[in-house]
Design a protein around this ligand. Structure first.
Ligand SMILES: NC(=O)c1ccc[n+]([C@@H]2O[C@H](COP(=O)([O-])OP(=O)(O)OC[C@H]3O[C@@H](n4cnc5c(N)ncnc54)[C@H](OP(=O)(O)O)[C@@H]3O)[C@@H](O)[C@H]2O)c1
Length: 299
């Protein structure tokens, strides 16, 4: 039995699908089980769990062999559901419960950039990685770069399709690495199948190193439209990052990540040369499939 927290997410839903396809049983966790109707229809057991709350973990982990933690509190930015509360305190509490329950493996979804702890988000992820490493539970940490399924389709493609301007922090010209959630899900499942990955940190990357503007150009080319762009000037992002530090830590974490990308001209930690494993799916393929699916749904 594999317990998946964050099972409704872009990555978690793909992991649920793959584990079920492999013939293993899945317990899928969400704050709102209605989000897991499709997983339930495919045979997953669905339970309610919220990393901000206590008392559900023991039941959710009963009989579990492995646990995948694929939840985060970065987006949408919230005053309560913050990275500190979700990726930090909540994930650490769940790790302690998994260690007490004697699970055979905890796979924790961290993020590229955790190693340097250069951002508020990276520091939270790294602190949870350390907690996991010391927990006594056998562990695997996966640090992927950004998923085009969120960062190209949701952040760029959805507004284009809706005829709305596409928001950018700054010019959006910094090149970052992109790895498809499909490839990351494959890697999660590989780790669940392979005890040689226990006690290892996996820097997972993709083949594309693109700026957010270049990713938007791919969306525009596939959709055959020219999007309007709305650039929040770098000076404003910087001021907002400072102003939100105490007032809105959730928004601060997001702005801090964005400013890091701008100030570093991308993220040196993203470089594919650092990768433990490089997925083969291209951003253009993810965008193309999304456009074709949208066209098929519309007809
Ligand atoms: N997206 C990226 O580009 C990227 C890059 C690097 C690393 N990662 C990491 O990969 C993992 C998966 O990311 P994703 O993009 O697939 O996520 P996503 O699609 O944005 O979904 C977020 C997930 O987090 C869950 N969640 C949020 N708050 C929660 C809470 N309080 N309690 C329990 N669950 C909560 C949500 O579940 P419900 O709403 O159903 O409760 C949802 O399943 C995360 O750990 C993330 O940090 C993502």
């Amino acid at each position: 039995m594999v317990v998946i927290v964050g099972a409704s997410g872009v990555l978690g839903s793909r992991v649920v699908q793959r584990v079920l396809d492999d013939g293993s049983s899945v317990r899928a966790v969400s704050r709102d089980p209605d989000r897991l109707v499709a997983a339930a229809a495919r045979g997953a057991e669905v339970v309610r769990g919220d990393l901000l709350e206590t008392g559900w973990e023991e039941g959710a982990l009963a009989g579990a062999e492995r646990l995948v933690i694929a939840a985060h509190g970065l987006v949408p930015p919230s005053r309560r559901n913050t990275p500190m509360a979700v990726d930090g305190v909540g994930a650490r509490r769940l790790i302690d419960a998994a260690a007490a329950a004697g699970v055979r493996q905890v796979v924790y979804l961290s993020a590229a950039g955790a190693a340097s702890e250069a951002t508020a988000f990276g520091r939270v992820k790294r602190a949870t990685e350390r907690h996991l490493e010391a927990s006594g539970a056998p562990w695997t940490v996966i640090r992927p770069s950004v998923f085009p399924e969120n960062h190209a389709l949701v952040l760029l493609g959805a507004p284009v399709r809706a005829g709305k301007p596409v928001p950018f922090f700054g010019a959006g010209e910094e090149r970052i690495n992109w790895v498809s959630a499909d490839d990351v899900a494959d890697d999660v499942v590989r780790c669940l199948d392979d005890d040689a990955t226990l006690g290892t940190v996996r820097e997972v990357r993709g083949r594309d190193h693109l700026s957010r503007r270049e990713a938007l150009e791919l969306v525009e080319a596939e959709l055959g439209v020219q999007a309007r762009r709305q650039h929040l000037p770098v000076g404003v992002v910087k001021v907002l990052r400072g102003a939100t530090r105490a007032l809105h830590p959730g928004l601060h974490a997001l702005l801090d990540l964005s400013m890091h990308e701008i100030e570093r001209g991308g993220d040196p930690e993203d470089e594919p040369e650092r990768a433990t494993w490089v997925g083969s799916t291209r951003v253009a393929d993810v965008v193309g499939a999304w456009v074709r699916e949208g066209a098929a749904t519309a007809t």
